[in-house]
Write a protein that binds this ligand. Structure first.
Ligand code: ATP
Ligand code: MG
Length: 421
């Protein structure tokens, strides 16, 4: 087995890092609970067709980034590149969109074949939320306010900017797309290679082209605000009003289109300058067209997905990780002697059953008193319980404070509760 390595862009999360992941996941779950979102867990593998239809044939994700393979029955399967399509599939399959409002969330690994770099991996993690059955801007506002609360709670909100845009109805978008293509055809020879490729398959994506010359060409291109439908304008205005009332600041960014095909009306992204090119930590919006596209009755929907890897990089960059999350042991049990060992296991269970549920690590594998004390110190525990045969016979234990200055003391087993209040 020696020499085997994890795949490029797919990382192990080691025990030294998992407290950070658990901390973040805990914070997100707490916020989602507060807003009444319920967890859904979907399979990691789905039929390729789901993503081809649900994400869009002409998106980067489907064209270039999917892990697609034939199973032993020659069926084309794909490791999920995102969660929305699978979430909608599950909701339709189990009748969750019938005359009811759903607020759902999910988390887990996503897979995209991209060039790995900081903040961009081939297996990465998202936490997403999706709502089904509400077409009004209030729920778009709720989703954004929820993410805002989370970012404040994590201490990163000052470094994030909310970019907001509307893509209008699909009809308005179609009219705009045509005008945009007409215009861009006229300046075709000046377009960058990527944009040229997108011109007929996904021209909206040209709007967020990274090329400066293309961006300059877009300055004189038709503007979406001249094509947008009245209903979408009202939706957007109300959303802005709701956000302002809730104290959420935003910038309107008419060039924000997002990579996936199925968005209508609201789109938003939380962006930071602190992570270089991988600056979007959360993106979402409304996708009223997706459910009918996947075979359901027309049902409005909106949601977001957060890149957990990037959010963690941001926490690190801003140094807002609480130090105590890395303490995983409260008390370390040092054992010397055979009788002591018998008593120690029993005592350890008593301690773990105390109301404050102390995290007790038992010294397993023996060792001298000195080496056990070293391990106790390294464990990060706040105190050590020391049990020798003499202590066991007298039903007492030595308590040594590992962090403070207080004297080592002898305590009766029955009195242990007082130090773990
Ligand atoms: P980007 O423009 O950075 O490629 P995207 O538009 O492809 O992002 P979405 O499909 O909207 O991303 O996914 C939502 C979020 O998931 C992103 O904002 C980002 O935080 C995260 N994300 C997307 N792709 C990756 C990846 N390969 N590695 C790590 N995080 C990612
Ligand atoms: Mg991408």
């Amino acid at each position: 087995m020696s020499g085997l390595q994890s795949l490029r862009g797919m990382n192990d999360i080691l025990p030294t890092d998992s407290p950070l992941w658990q901390y973040l996941e805990g914070q997100v779950k707490e916020v989602l609970d507060q807003y009444g979102y319920r967890e859904i867990r979907m399979p990691i593998v789905e039929s390729t067709e789901l993503f081809a239809r649900g994400v869009g044939e002409h998106t980067d994700v489907v064209e270039k980034e999917m892990y697609t393979f034939l199973d032993r029955n020659q069926e084309s399967l794909t490791l999920r590149p995102e969660g929305t399509a699978g979430c909608v599939r599950a909701a339709l399959q189990h009748g969750l969109t019938h005359n009811q409002v759903q607020r759902l969330w999910y988390q887990g690994p996503m897979f995209r074949y991209e060039r790995p770099q900081k903040g961009r991996y081939r297996q990465f993690f998202q936490i997403g939320a999706e709502t089904f059955g509400v077409g009004s801007p209030d729920i778009d506002a709720e989703l954004i306010i929820l993410t805002h609360r989370l970012f404040k709670k994590l201490g990163v909100s000052e470094s994030l900017t909310l970019h907001l845009n509307t893509l209008g109805s699909s009809e308005a978008r179609a009219r705009f797309r045509k005008a945009l293509v007409d215009y861009l055809e006229g300046v075709k020879d000046k377009l960058d290679e990527d944009s040229l490729r997108r011109l007929y398959v996904n021209p909206m994506r040209i709007l967020d082209s990274k090329s400066k010359t293309t961006q300059a060409l877009l300055d004189s291109a038709p503007q979406f605000k001249d094509f947008i439908d009245e209903e979408s304008v009202e939706h957007f205005d109300r959303l802005c009003e709701l956000l302002t009332a809730a104290g959420v600041t935003y910038v309107v960014n008419p060039r924000l289109v997002r990579g996936l095909d199925y968005y209508t009306k609201t789109v938003f992204e939380w962006m930071t300058d602190a992570l270089g090119a991988q600056g979007t930590v959360c993106g979402g919006g409304r996708y009223d067209g997706l459910i009918p596209l996947l075979g359901g009755k027309p049902t409005p929907a909106s949601g977001f997905a957060m890149g957990v890897d990037r959010l963690l990089l941001l926490l690190e960059a801003l140094e807002v990780i609480p130090a105590d999350i890395y303490n995983t042991v409260d008390v370390y049990m040092v054992v010397a002697g055979e009788q002591a060992e018998l008593a120690a296991f029993k005592l350890a269970e008593t301690v773990r059953s105390l109301p404050s549920k102390p995290r007790l690590q038992m010294n397993c594998g023996g060792g001298s008193f000195k080496s056990q004390m070293k391990k106790a110190d390294k464990s990060g525990a706040r105190c050590a319980l020391i049990l020798g045969d003499d202590e066991a016979a007298q039903k007492v234990v030595q308590v040594k404070d590992l962090r403070g200055e207080s004297e080592q003391k002898t305590l009766a087993w029955d009195d242990l509760a007082e130090i773990f209040a």
